[in-house]
Design a protein around this ligand. Structure first.
Ligand code: 4NP
Length: 149
């Protein structure tokens, strides 16, 4: 799961998928990273941690890190939150096989016209709630794919 800062959207996507994978007893490695390094080592934004907590998801233990080229070797699927993340991550791809792993996370939702998970960082609480709804639905679809794998 990749966003810009790795303190709002991608930690939540990470926590949601981790929770679904655990509940379904799947052996899948879930992680998250940011394309930027501004928050490396930092905890998720408190507003996101609380939004997750209100829904029974604990992301307080996650720490931000920057996406690196070796992530292409460690993960089969790399989900990005917006077009800018897509450009940055595919820009680090060494070859077509790396680039093919990168997908906009909302492309997992049938008929999604709203393909970006908006950055809630500079907004209000409703933005965090909206991100929660989007990522809960998208990670549910990813779980279904994993269960059918
Ligand atoms: P995220 O949100 O990419 O969802 O983690 C942001 C967090 C921090 C900043 C931007 C976006 N920032 O500019 O510090």
């Amino acid at each position: 799961m990749v966003c810009l800062g790795n303190i709002c959207r991608s930690p939540l996507a990470d926590g949601l998928l981790r929770d679904k994978v655990l509940q379904n007893k799947l052996a899948v490695n879930v992680d998250s990273a940011g394309t930027a390094n501004y928050h490396t080592g930092g905890a998720p934004d408190l507003r996101m941690t609380q939004t997750a907590q209100n829904n029974g998801i604990d992301i307080s233990g996650l720490r931000a890190r920057q996406f690196e080229v070796s992530d292409f070797d460690k993960f089969d699927w790399i989900y990005v939150m917006d077009q800018s993340n897509f450009t940055n991550v595919t820009g680090m791809a060494r070859h077509e096989m790396d680039a093919k792993k990168v997908k906009l996370i909302l492309s997992e939702l049938e008929g999604s016209s709203d393909l970006e998970v908006p950055d809630p960082y500079y907004g209000e609480q409703d933005g965090f709630d909206r991100v929660y709804e989007m990522l809960d639905q998208a990670t549910e679809q990813i779980l279904i794919k994993l269960l059918n794998d």
